[in-house]
Design a binder for this molecule. Structure first.
Ligand SMILES: [Ca+2]
Ligand SMILES: [Ca+2]
Length: 93
């Protein structure tokens, strides 16, 4: 899908890599990211404050940020787990 202007964009790989067969997902709000479930490794927010959730339907563990992340592996969800391949829904707040 082609993301709308200024939409948050999820990348399945690190460093916003969208070359070749690498998939991306773009939307302002996504109660369910569908086939992109548990795939996001880097994200761009374009300065918007966005809340990301571990579960679909804006549920579960979440974090809110306006930053871009080139590798969610380095963003810890808790002392034992990071955010790589975990996002299932998100919304602007
Ligand atoms: Ca990934
Ligand atoms: Ca998830």
């Amino acid at each position: 899908m082609i993301p709308a202007a200024n939409a948050t964009i999820l990348y399945e790989n690190s460093n916003y890599n969208a070359s070749g067969a690498a998939r991306t997902y773009g939307a302002d709000n996504a109660p369910n990211v569908g086939s992109f479930d548990n795939a996001a490794t880097s994200i761009r927010n374009f300065g918007y404050n966005v809340r990301f959730y571990q579960d679909a339907g804006y549920l579960g563990t979440n974090f809110t940020s306006s930053y871009d992340y080139n590798d969610l592996t380095s963003l810890m969800m808790n002392p034992w787990w990071n955010w790589n391949d975990e996002i299932s829904s998100y919304q602007r707040v």
